[in-house]
Design a binder for this molecule. Structure first.
Ligand code: FES
Length: 206
């Protein structure tokens, strides 16, 4: 008899515990407390608008490096000499990409005739670290090597009246090292000093 009472009491306490736990979980979710357990992704802020120079100043096949949108993010701009996807300028052949390899973050080089082991040749990036190749005619597409995703493109704006080229944003994926692998380019704006809106970039020949 005493034993049965003990079992009943334990069972009642167990059921009460489950009910209280469920109620707390329900209330927590109803009040939105769950959102504090996982940090929310950053909201997209406006990218700075930065003057890169005049299209007529770029020579075919000569790459330049500049920093954008943060002071610690190098990019390449080059006039390829062939019409490119998303190319700007009078000949639609000026493109710009993050200069950081999407594999493990090395700085890659631009080659007018980058060549994969299978013989594919194109103007684009060649990473000396492990051999990733990016095609600048096709939006930074990976042509060979271990890079898991295309190299991010700088969104350019061209004014045919002034011949000016502006950097106005980044296309996904994110720059390597800035929430690598995400398509939320808001992460490109976190982790260093922002290049001021309306400023002029310094182009360094490579
Ligand atoms: S870091 Fe560029 S291929 Fe590995």
């Amino acid at each position: 008899m005493e034993q049965n009472e003990k079992v009943d009491t334990t069972r009642r306490m167990l059921i009460r515990g489950v009910l209280v736990g469920s109620a707390v979980a329900f209330l927590g979710s109803a009040l939105g407390l769950g959102r504090y357990t996982v940090p929310p992704p950053p909201t997209l802020q406006p990218f700075p608008r930065v003057l890169l120079g005049k299209a007529s100043q770029l020579q075919v096949g000569q790459p330049y490096q500049y920093k954008y949108p943060l002071a610690n993010q190098p990019n390449i701009i080059v006039k390829i000499g062939k019409k490119a996807q998303f190319g700007v300028g009078p000949d639609h052949d000026i493109v710009s990409f993050s200069n950081i390899c999407q594999h493990l973050g090395c700085i890659y080089v631009y080659e007018n005739n980058a060549t994969c082991p299978n013989g594919a040749t194109f103007p684009g990036g060649h990473c000396p670290c492990h051999g990733s190749h990016y095609n600048f005619l096709e939006n930074g597409k990976v042509m060979c090597g271990p890079a898991p995703r295309p190299v991010p493109r700088v969104i350019l704006e061209y004014d045919p009246v002034t011949d000016n080229i502006w950097a106005i944003g980044m296309a996904p994926p994110t720059i390597f090292g800035f929430n690598t692998g995400s398509d939320n380019v808001a992460y490109d704006l976190i982790g260093g000093p922002l290049i001021p809106d309306g400023s002029q970039a310094t182009l360094t020949p490579l």
